[in-house]
Design a protein around this ligand. Structure first.
Ligand SMILES: [Zn+2]
Ligand SMILES: [Zn+2]
Length: 289
């Protein structure tokens, strides 16, 4: 094993416990119990497990039912909706059975997300939104249909909406406005700049920052952290992706949250306890737990 594949060491524990507002335990190595224990040992005591397809959303709901400190968010990822409509065999038929494609396939998948969204341990609908980086123009329509449907599901069940926005800021903000955003809306892995943070602030959208806020080339994210109202800041890993510096490229996991909390505190010039206290309260408010 090269050092590049090795799990980064445990950071210094936080004194004030926080939540990882967005993680994918089903894509990380080790068991859920192990991940929770390791995270807890450094003060990361609550997780939001996010589903990206039907099977992953079912798993998120099952896991949140089994562990008190895990909450679930359920959705078809913006890159998943076009895969279903266009019948890509790598789509949501991961249990072996071939699922129907086309609009009927998307409707069936959305009906299952709707069913899961009603469960008490499911606190969010997402990640949904738009991704113009991974999905080309041919997938845009399916992506938008799916996004609008998720907004409706979140509102009807009174759950938080978790937004994935990749290179699609203007269209995401426009569609939220057109549909009417749910009372609690979270931009996961916030990727805009300070100007967009001001727009989000006026709308009352939460902004969740991931490990990339520590990257050298991510001054736009640090500028956004600096101008966002403290009551709208969340922190997340999006693990196994976006491992914070200096461990970029190595596997990410919820126990690395303290690194990102410290980076955010440094940007705002406050101590880490104050930052942790704020994000802990904000995450509980955003997801209603
Ligand atoms: Zn995402
Ligand atoms: Zn994610």
């Amino acid at each position: 094993m090269s050092s590049h594949d090795e799990a980064p060491p445990l950071p210094e524990p936080l004194r004030v416990p926080v939540a990882d507002s967005h993680t994918h335990l089903d894509m990380q190595s080790g068991t859920v119990a192990e991940a929770l224990l390791t995270a807890e040992s450094v003060g990361v005591t609550t997780l939001v497990q996010v589903g990206c397809d039907v099977r992953g959303s079912q798993w998120a709901a099952e896991t949140a039912a089994a562990y008190q400190n895990v909450h679930a968010a359920v959705a078809l990822h913006p890159n998943e909706a076009p895969r279903i409509v266009h019948g890509d065999p790598d789509g949501w038929s991961r249990q072996g059975a071939r699922e129907p494609g086309g609009q009927a396939g998307l409707d069936a998948a959305l009906a299952e997300i709707d069913r899961l969204a009603a469960l008490p341990q499911v606190k969010g609908v997402g990640e949904t939104g738009l991704d113009y980086f991974r999905t080309g123009p041919e997938g845009k329509e399916a992506q938008e249909t799916s996004f609008r449907a998720h907004i409706e599901i979140a509102k009807r069940h009174g759950k938080a909406l978790v937004i994935h926005d990749r290179e699609a800021h203007a269209d995401v903000l426009r569609i939220l406005k057109e549909e009417g955003a749910p009372e609690r809306t979270v931009f996961h892995c916030y990727s805009g700049d300070a100007e967009m943070a001001e727009i989000c602030a006026r709308a009352g959208y939460f902004m969740s920052f991931a490990g990339n806020v520590t990257f050298k080339n991510a001054q736009n994210l640090r500028d956004a952290v600096a101008v966002a109202p403290p009551e709208l800041l969340l922190v997340e890993t999006d693990a196994p992706f976006l491992t914070p510096a200096p461990y970029r490229g190595r596997p990410n996991a919820p126990y690395l949250i303290p690194i990102t909390v410290r980076a955010m505190a440094a940007v705002r010039g406050i101590d880490e306890d104050a930052m942790a206290t704020a994000v802990a309260a904000n995450t509980a408010r955003a997801f209603g737990y």
